[in-house]
Design a protein around this ligand. Structure first.
Ligand code: 9MR
Length: 387
């Protein structure tokens, strides 16, 4: 789409009446959500927006459910911060995506520096997963069970779990998770799957390992920490999402933001950003089993980007004063354009799930046929930065 056309589209959507979650639901998604954290309430306009279910129907805690927050010392579990977020979601009648259980980062030193055998690490993982998931049982629509287990070249990231257990830690994590809460959707979650086909295929390998072990896995979360000027096209993004739906899984964008560099942003970089947000949201709308979209914070004053990527920022849908940006309008417009055209996953007829003969029930989906996707050229984009 030409910039002029996009600008016309953007201008045609009155920001005040556009409400992301409401539009997403009308478009057949389960939710449009955001990450939330303890600092949110210090910014009144931001906090008010974050509690507005018409815009955000789903929360992910940014840090409160991570290992260092929930089990800082072995066997000592604490949930105060995470409970506050979950209670907010319940009060607002919002969906919770819960995040995350087995991850190399934000691990307390007793785990990262411990010396583990196969048996002791198995027991540590089982204790952690069953306590944390047990505490939030039946409150989480989905859990990111394993997070960021891949390097960008598709090899397994070295971490204490891999070191002790080899690649058996994937199936074990999902097995313990399924036992702790059989009614939640269990996800593998990672970044740069959108950029690097070799990394996306690494996630396929992990999914297949878990499936081959006879253990449930329900979804792949694509974090979508993107960079303006480098976001793949809508059709390439769709192609990546279909790698996972063809295995009988759901997909979701779980941590979306599109950072701008250099700063300050200007009207041209903000329009480019709007177009890239539109492509990402559009790709989710193109895939029947893409269940929802979560942004990793929605205001430029609250984003993690400037601290981690100096010189980059302005990555969100709202500016530093919680005013909607062109990207908010383009996302609203693309969601509005899909209104009524997409049947939500779960109630849609199986025929909509293309040739993958899957059983569409609320129970884990059983794949019965392997489908070869039409080959498409993927844009391999050179990125030097990682999320
Ligand atoms: O938003 C989180 C930030 O506050 C933390 O400092 C950071 C530390 O790793 O983690 C951020 O969240 C990450 C998420 O849990 C996993 N994907 C990448 C996110 C951004 O770093």
């Amino acid at each position: 789409m030409k910039i002029a056309t996009l600008a016309a589209l953007v201008a045609s959507v009155p920001a005040v009446s556009a409400q992301l979650h409401a539009l997403a639901k009308n478009a057949g998604l389960l939710y449009f959500g955001t990450a939330v954290g303890p600092g949110d309430s210090r910014d009144a306009p931001y906090y008010a927006l974050s509690n507005d279910i018409k815009n955000f129907g789903q929360y992910t805690p940014d840090n409160a459910q991570k290992w260092d927050a929930t089990e800082p010392q072995r066997g000592r579990f604490q949930y105060t911060q995470a409970d506050a977020i979950v209670n907010r979601a319940i009060a607002n009648k919002m969906i919770m995506r819960c995040h995350t259980l087995v991850w190399y980062s934000q691990l307390p030193s007793w785990v990262s520096s411990g010396s583990w055998t196969k048996d002791t690490m198995t027991s540590v993982m089982q204790t952690h997963i069953s306590n944390v998931m047990g505490h939030f049982k039946s409150k989480c629509y989905a859990w990111d069970v394993v997070n960021e287990a891949l390097e960008d070249n598709g090899t397994y990231r070295n971490n204490p779990f891999l070191k002790a257990l080899g690649d058996s830690y994937f199936a074990l994590s999902f097995k313990f998770a399924a036992a702790a809460d059989p009614d939640t959707k269990l996800y593998y979650n990672d970044y740069n799957l959108e950029y690097f086909p070799v990394k996306a295929d690494g996630a396929v390998r992990i999914v297949k390992l878990v499936q081959a072990a006879g253990v449930p896995i329900h979804g792949v979360g694509l974090q979508a920490h993107m960079t303006v000027g480098r976001t793949p096209s809508r059709s390439n993004l769709t192609w990546t999402l279909e790698k996972y739906t063809s295995l009988g899984l759901d997909v979701a964008y779980t941590e979306l933001d599109v950072r701008i560099k250099p700063l300050p942003s200007n009207s041209s970089s903000l329009q480019a950003q709007a177009k890239e947000y539109e492509a990402i949201v559009g790709s989710c709308l193109d895939v029947p089993r893409c269940v929802g979209i979560t942004v990793w914070g929605f205001g430029d004053a609250h984003s993690w980007i400037p601290q981690t990527f100096p010189g980059a920022g302005d990555s969100c849908l709202f500016d530093k004063n919680s005013k909607p940006k062109p990207a908010f309008s383009s996302v609203s417009a693309i969601l509005a354009s899909a209104s009524g055209k997409r049947v939500p996953w779960g109630s849609k007829p199986t025929s909509l799930v293309s040739a993958t003969s899957v059983v569409a029930t609320s129970a884990p989906v059983v794949q019965t046929t392997v489908v070869m996707l039409p080959s498409k050229t993927s844009t391999k984009v050179a990125v030097t930065s990682v999320a």
